[in-house]
Design a protein around this ligand. Structure first.
Ligand SMILES: [Ca+2]
Ligand SMILES: [Ca+2]
Length: 214
């Protein structure tokens, strides 16, 4: 659900690729932002314990993306891709969101609620590297979202275009004005994918969040 409601929506910018936060943008901490936890051997990946995955390079886990909330009935985790699968520019690992498969049939998404809260008088910037691994023939697409319980602050959907097997940076920004009802709520980063019938995967990496006074 991306319905942010009322006046807040007027401030949402689908910023897309190419726009950059200002140099004085204040970083906001995101845990495991480059998905390097856990450390994995090349070509290994984690997956939710109850999903029916039977591969020698797969590691069942009750916490497949440490620091992030995952759904136990959807196929998501952390992967260390081989170079031919995906050229990773930040560390070794990425987070993957896979098509429904086996007994894990929900659309995957991962999210992290931060300790930082929404503040008025700031532009918020969310940057995420997006990649599509070479073992699926199509670019699945993505959504990167900054939100709080009161609704969406910034989002980008599919603006960043990258060749299969490489990464591009997606950017979303949004402004929070004085009097915004979301002020004081906890910030949350949410990464998700569109509902596609074809088998496909989107990989997310190097999540950066900052705020800039306007
Ligand atoms: Ca990484
Ligand atoms: Ca690798």
């Amino acid at each position: 659900m991306l319905d942010g409601g009322s006046q807040a929506d007027a401030e949402i910018t689908d910023a897309g690729i190419g726009l950059q936060p200002p140099p004085d943008c204040d970083p906001i901490q995101v845990i495991n932002s480059s998905f390097e936890d856990p450390i994995l051997a090349d070509n290994f990946f984690t997956f939710p314990s109850n999903c029916d995955v039977d591969q020698t390079n797969a590691i069942a886990s009750s916490d497949p993306v440490p620091g992030w909330d995952t759904a136990s009935d959807s196929l998501s985790g952390v992967v260390n891709p081989t170079l031919s699968q995906l050229q990773v520019s930040s560390g070794a690992n990425v987070a993957y969101l896979n098509s429904p498969a086996g007994n894990c049939l929900s659309q995957p998404e991962i999210s992290q609620t931060l300790t930082a809260t929404v503040e008025a008088g700031y532009d918020y910037w969310l940057l995420v590297d997006i990649g599509y691994p070479s073992f699926f023939p199509i670019a699945r697409g993505y959504r990167i979202i900054l939100e709080s319980d009161g609704g969406v602050i910034a989002l980008d959907i599919d603006s960043a275009v990258t060749a299969i097997g490489s990464q591009a940076t997606a950017t979303a920004s949004g402004r929070v004005n004085a009097g915004d009802p979301r002020v004081g709520e906890f910030l949350r980063v949410r990464l998700s994918v569109p509902d596609l019938p074809d088998p496909a995967q989107t990989d997310f990496d190097n999540v950066r969040l900052c705020k800039s006074a306007y």
